[in-house]
Design a protein around this ligand. Structure first.
Ligand code: SF4
Length: 496
């Protein structure tokens, strides 16, 4: 495919001193203001986008673990080297623009939907704006680390190319105001090891000016090098934000229509693409039997599957979205086709009768196992896919942390045995739209140990089984009875 121009842009070059030697600081950084004008194959189109997505998701994961900016530098460099390669400027620019297309979308596209969907419009809009905000935030973090890894000469070249009025001061200029710079640093208790300063228009650093944290002369603020990345990232973020709005307009007005049979489905699927392990086949060798299901649901199902499972047990019916979500999950944890048919038949027949089940619903169960239609072995849904789904009235599928009302979620978390502090903390994460973090926190509360983060309901299940099946440690002498009590109490909490 060939890219169409969406703006103008520049590149930095290697040079200078103080390289951090990171793979992300390749000297090819840009503000992505000009879309590449070249042909690439559809395979490369998808591969480039997925590789950048792996970098962005990796950054998100590390940040969610509370890593500081300095700790992130080597991690981002490793991620970049691993997925984007060392000579990656072409891939860098192309992949950025593909993801810009995927993540620029907002509610505009939803106006095409019929009136039936208008009741859901608000949720859809919020989530689509989340997409844009997520991309803007993580791309800015990536840019900041790559900028910090660049040498001063490359940084200056980038700033010049992007018409940023920030100039490195010469040694003579610094020497002339040295006492003033030291006096500002002393008065604000700043510890600056910087031997480099930049002249910046004072209106670009209002916080430093109002906090008297910077020396000013003739409308210019003299900013130490450590502060430079904040300024440049601010500019990057603001330009990217505007560019995303423009890209979205173009996407709606012609790109989506022109590419509706070719690129549009690929681009739209990128934002829900799951990049972790495949759970089509069960990871553990343990067979799941029908008799075990209720206990497994209580002990090891994530909230999304647990609530669907017990909804089915109560109502003996689930609508299509719920059947797909739960059915594929059960397949992924190891429920054989015969058992799956028996499970769904036992429930549905109580509501619709055996004959109707065999006629209208059994096909779908076999279809999910690749025994009907195109004979595709369907994959269980990831967290992102479930979080992005839009359950309607009467549906029970989706992610509870995103789709349940706060009261319902609070009650569900209480049902897992969480105390009020743990419930409040999970709700707090949910309110700030960190649904998977909330889920990971609940996992930790229920299992009493840390988790590696939750990206997939089947991953939650696998992690839970691995923990619960660990051989119990030998009790310390003299404490046998107490420890047994504690173990029993914990088991009750997990399966109640
Ligand atoms: Fe399920 Fe994922 Fe939501 Fe947890 S975060 S409830 S595993 S969809």
């Amino acid at each position: 495919m060939a890219f169409r121009s969406i703006g103008a842009g520049g590149r930095a070059e290697d040079g200078g001193e103080d390289s951090r030697g990171g793979g992300a600081g390749s000297g090819k950084l840009s503000f992505y203001e000009a879309a590449p004008d070249e042909e690439i194959s559809l395979e490369d189109f998808e591969e480039y986008a997925l590789d950048r997505l792996r970098v962005l998701k990796g950054i998100e994961e590390e940040r969610s673990r509370g890593k500081k900016m300095e700790e992130m530098d080597p991690l981002v460099s490793d991620l970049w080297r691993k997925h984007m390669g060392s000579d990656s400027s072409k891939k860098d620019v192309i992949s950025h623009f593909i993801l810009r297309l995927a993540y620029c979308r907002t509610y505009g596209i939803f106006f095409r939907f019929s009136l039936f969907w208008i009741s859901r419009l608000f949720n859809s809009r919020v989530f689509s704006e989340d997409l844009r905000r997520w991309f803007l935030g993580i791309e800015s973090v990536l840019f900041r680390h790559r900028f910090r890894c660049e040498m001063p000469a490359a940084q200056q070249k980038l700033m010049d190319d992007c018409n940023l009025p920030y100039k490195a001061m010469t040694s003579a200029e610094i020497e002339a105001v040295k006492e003033n710079l030291e006096s500002v640093a002393r008065s604000t208790n700043q510890v600056s090891n910087s031997k480099m300063y930049y002249k910046v228009p004072f209106e670009d650093v209002p916080e430093l000016v109002s906090g008297r944290k910077v020396y000013l002369r003739r409308g210019e603020a003299f900013v130490p090098r450590e502060q430079l990345s904040f300024l440049v990232v601010g500019q990057f973020r603001s330009r990217l934000s505007k560019a995303l709005v423009l890209t979205n307009r173009k996407w709606i007005s012609f790109i989506a229509g022109e590419e509706k049979d070719r690129l549009a489905p690929m681009v739209e699927a990128l934002s829900t693409r799951y990049l972790g392990p495949d759970y089509t086949q069960p990871k553990s060798s343990n067979e799941i039997s029908l008799q075990d299901l209720d206990q497994l649901a209580k002990a090891s199902f994530p909230l999304c599957m647990r609530s669907l499972f017990f909804q089915l047990r109560d109502d003996h019916h689930l609508r299509h979205g719920g059947r797909q979500q739960l059915g594929l999950f059960l397949k992924g944890i190891g429920l054989k086709l015969e058992d799956a048919l028996a499970f769904w038949r036992a429930e549905f027949s109580r509501k619709v009768g055996v004959e109707k089940f065999d006629k209208e619903y059994a096909y779908n169960v076999r279809h999910n196992y690749g025994k009907e239609g195109k004979r595709t072995d369907y994959t269980p849904y990831s967290c992102v896919k479930l979080i992005m789904s839009t359950p309607g009235v009467g549906d029970h599928h989706g992610c509870p942390y995103r789709h349940f009302s706060e009261d319902k979620l609070r009650a569900s978390l209480g049902g897992l045995g969480l105390n009020s502090r743990q419930v409040s903390s999970a709700l707090e994460k949910t309110r700030s739209q960190h649904y998977q973090l909330a889920c990971a926190e609940v996992f930790e509360a229920v299992h009493g140990c840390s988790s590696d983060g939750i990206n997939h309901p089947n991953q939650y299940f696998e992690q839970s089984r691995a923990l619960l099946q660990q051989p119990k440690e030998e009790p310390a002498s003299g404490g046998e009875n107490n420890n047994n009590d504690a173990n029993e109490e914990k088991t009750t909490l997990m399966i109640s």
